[in-house]
Design a protein. Structure first.
Lengths: 174, 160
């Protein structure tokens, strides 16, 4: 099986099969993370699309796995997507922070797991970005700061606030 | 939580403390029930997130993403070709401006001779034979190159 780095090289050479393979390999995960970041399927699809376009204009330096690199682009794009004027004019989703009445679950029942989008729904996009990079991709504070172009102190305070919110909200699950 | 060490506990949970700070906090955790509970809950939050299912991507959405990515890639190729076209034309126009008085008899000819004895270099860059004789050669050549490369760029998008 071709590894992800080689796939990126092939994509750089314009190989359409490599594009399809990379998308099949990581598209589901990227979409799931995007959905957790933006809160709805339509925006999540847009966000993945912007991420894929971003891949064409970016260079993978091998400092992380390709998946982590893709998620870094995705979280960055989430911030940029929100700043697009047509979205501010009335496109729902990115600025919404729906607050579920109670802890919803993916399948219902006492032992059902919370889905990620439900868990993060009450947080701001800024808090979701740092949480995704820290909790899902295991990036250090410095790496998150670099990925989101933020000072390290801002990353720490956002993570602190995000986790405190989740800790209080889902105390019954802990 | 009444303990003032909560930020340190968060950093400890993220393995972001220096060795000396970690030692101090671990000593503190031996005696602070609040911080111990906080640490346990932070681990619980991390476990919840790690176990949380992600929203599924439908096959239709996957197909749309695949198509739009391919279109974006083709558009990028088209744009690069357009830039190359513009750059080539700019170089030729620049050459014309820098050397406006070149004697045609001493400069290489870009037009095939009447006897058809053009060298391969001449043939390779030969502009249309019906070009206006009053227009300088370099202008004719620049126009021809721009048109030719633009055709090539258009073709790039149609290949897929």
């Amino acid at each position: 099986m071709i590894d992800d780095t080689e796939l990126l090289n092939q994509i750089g050479r314009g190989d359409p099969d490599a594009c399809r393979t990379l998308l099949e390999r990581h598209g589901h995960y990227l979409f799931g993370v995007a959905h957790a970041l933006v809160g709805n399927a339509a925006d999540a699809e847009d966000l993945v699309q912007e991420t894929l376009v971003g891949v064409l204009g970016s260079r993978f330096r091998g400092e992380s796995s390709v998946r982590t690199w893709l998620v870094r682009i995705l979280t960055n794009q989430a911030g940029m997507l929100r700043r697009k004027p047509w979205r501010r004019a009335g496109h729902a989703g990115l600025d919404e922070t729906p607050s579920p009445a109670g802890p919803a679950t993916s399948a219902g029942g006492a032992d059902a797991r919370l889905d990620l989008a439900t868990m993060l729904a009450a947080l701001s996009l800024e808090h979701r970005q740092v949480l995704v990079l820290r909790e899902l991709e295991g990036l250090s504070y410095e790496e998150i700061a670099e990925a989101l172009h933020l000072p390290r102190g801002t990353v720490e305070s956002r993570l602190f606030r995000a986790r405190e919110d989740l800790r209080k909200k889902f105390k019954g699950y802990l | 939580m009444s303990c003032q060490q909560s930020a340190q506990v968060h950093a400890y949970h993220d393995d972001a403390l220096a060795a000396s700070e970690r030692k101090v906090l671990e000593a503190h955790l031996q005696e602070c029930a609040d911080c111990n509970q906080l640490l346990a809950e932070l681990r619980g939050v991390s476990n919840l997130i790690a176990a949380a299912p992600l929203a599924p991507l439908s096959p239709q959405a996957m197909a749309r993403l695949s198509g739009s990515w391919r279109a974006a890639r083709d558009h990028g190729l088209l744009r690069i070709t357009s830039w190359l076209t513009a750059a080539a034309a700019a170089v030729l126009i620049g050459a014309l401006l820098l050397f406006p008085d070149r004697n045609p008899s001493t400069s290489p000819s870009f037009v095939a001779t009447s006897t058809g004895e053009a060298s391969w270099e001449t043939v390779a860059v030969m502009p249309p034979l019906d070009a206006d004789e009053n227009v300088p050669e370099l202008i004719v050549l620049a126009t021809w190159m721009a048109n030719d490369l633009s055709h090539g760029a258009g073709g790039a998008g149609e290949r897929q």
